[in-house]
Write a protein that binds this ligand. Structure first.
Ligand code: F6P
Length: 409
């Protein structure tokens, strides 16, 4: 692929340092960013100090381990922090693009140390601080994520919550909110209700702010489905803009019933600009929005052909696509990577929605959206079956989306 200069995923060298008390959603934010950037083609990876502690020192550390006055505990934690940072910097030297340093980093001294080590290695640093004083959000976070942490396996839930609160207290005593003048930072207050930016410049940090602005914790389903059967589906031709068959019309009806049965409020409905998706939503009884970005992969000069015809008439093209489906671009058409790039605003808008969303689109487009939500490398999804007549439901959980499939035909 040709280089795009300093904005290319190949040339980015950025370290994101998370900051904040325990149970402020740092790991959630870090994982979302890693997933979003990986999906866009960046080499992104998270280094979580809690994981280092658990792997190297074992589980079951109680709150006193985190007491700043516990000299042995403080030394052990410092060692874990150093090990994770060493690995992050090594990984960046080996060609990593965006390293995410997932730890509390609650003191000026600690942050200065991280900053100096990264800048000495020639890496740009952006801090992201998550601040939250809403007791309901903190309580929900502790109960949903910490109780299922290996740290508390087999422990009485109330006892575990009390221990975790005591851990938070230890950090609160030494916490110095970020205000270092010389640093680039983004402060998120109450899950993005307020966002403060300080010395944020450049394409990627700007993109991250925009992404973070649209995240929220409202749990709503996202339903992904292909259009009903089209005239081209029946004859195995790709692309085109044909209408639905009688079978396709039946799916439009079944989909309307599905939505009536499953949506507890009117859903947001999005289609592509192609006839087969618009006709599939005709019986829903709710308005829909047409997105050009949701149109099927553009097969260029192969549009309207069958796979057998492509293999026979353009064997080199057929072979090239089979060899690298992600990057192969149809002559005068698109690659999957092109499709992912044009879907970025759709992802941002899907993240932003608080109502159920129904997306009626096409095989390649749905594979790309699915890869983002299910945290898969896009390569893993390029041959995934996306059957006609099926709704894929994605529901957000504490850290990941959960999938359920409904075969309606
Ligand atoms: O066959 C239906 C279809 O949506 C085509 O229009 C499109 O070219 C194709 O699927 C995408 O799937 P693949 O990338 O596996 O060829």
């Amino acid at each position: 692929m040709e280089s795009m200069g300093p904005l290319s995923p190949d040339t980015v060298r950025l370290v994101i340092v998370l900051v904040g008390l325990p149970a402020r959603g740092k790991t959630y934010i870090g994982r979302k960013i890693r997933r979003f950037l990986t999906w866009l083609g960046y080499r992104a990876r998270s280094f979580n100090i809690g994981d280092y502690r658990r792997q190297r020192l074992g589980y079951h550390h109680r709150h006193d381990f985190f007491d700043p006055n516990n000299v042995a505990g403080a030394r052990a934690r410092q060692e874990m922090a150093t090990a994770a940072l060493d690995d992050l910097i090594e990984w960046m030297k080996d060609g990593g693009g965006v390293g995410i340093y997932d730890a509390t980093n609650t003191t000026v001294e600690r942050r200065r140390h991280v900053f100096e080590r990264c800048t000495a290695a020639g890496l740009q640093v952006v801090f992201i601080e998550s601040v939250c004083e809403d007791p309901a959000i903190i309580e929900a976070n502790i109960r949903e994520t910490k109780l299922s942490s290996p740290d508390y396996v087999g422990m009485d839930p109330d006892e575990a919550v009390a221990d975790f609160r005591a851990r938070i207290e230890h950090y609160t005593r030494v916490y110095e909110p970020i205000q270092e003048e010389e640093c680039s930072y983004i402060r998120l207050i109450d899950v993005g209700r307020v966002i403060v930016m300080h010395r944020i410049q450049g394409y990627l940090p700007g993109k991250l702010v925009f992404y973070l602005m649209n995240l929220h914790l409202v749990r709503r389903p996202i339903w992904l489905t292909r259009h009903g059967e089209s005239e081209f589906n029946v004859v195995g031709r790709i692309g085109g803009d044909t209408g639905l068959t009688a079978q396709g019309e039946k799916y439009a009806q079944a989909l309307a019933e599905f939505v009536r049965d499953h949506a507890d409020q009117p859903p947001v409905v999005w289609t592509s600009t192609l006839r087969r998706t618009i006709e599939t939503t005709a019986q829903l009884g709710v308005p829909s929005l047409q997105w050009r970005a949701l149109d099927e992969i553009d097969a260029g000069i192969c549009d309207g052909m069958t796979y057998a015809e492509i293999a026979e008439q353009m064997p080199d093209e057929y072979r090239a696509r089979s060899a690298d489906k992600l990057h192969y671009r149809y002559p005068r058409g698109e690659s999957y990577q092109d499709v992912i790039a044009r879907l970025e605003p759709v992802i941002i808008e899907l993240e932003r929605q608080r109502s159920p969303v129904l997306v009626v689109a096409h095989q390649a487009v749905l594979r790309a959206l699915y890869a983002y939500f299910m945290d898969k490398e896009p390569e893993q999804c390029l041959r995934m079956a996306v059957p006609l007549g099926t709704v894929v439901e994605l529901r957000p959980g504490p850290y990941a989306f959960h999938e359920r499939r409904f075969a309606l035909m």
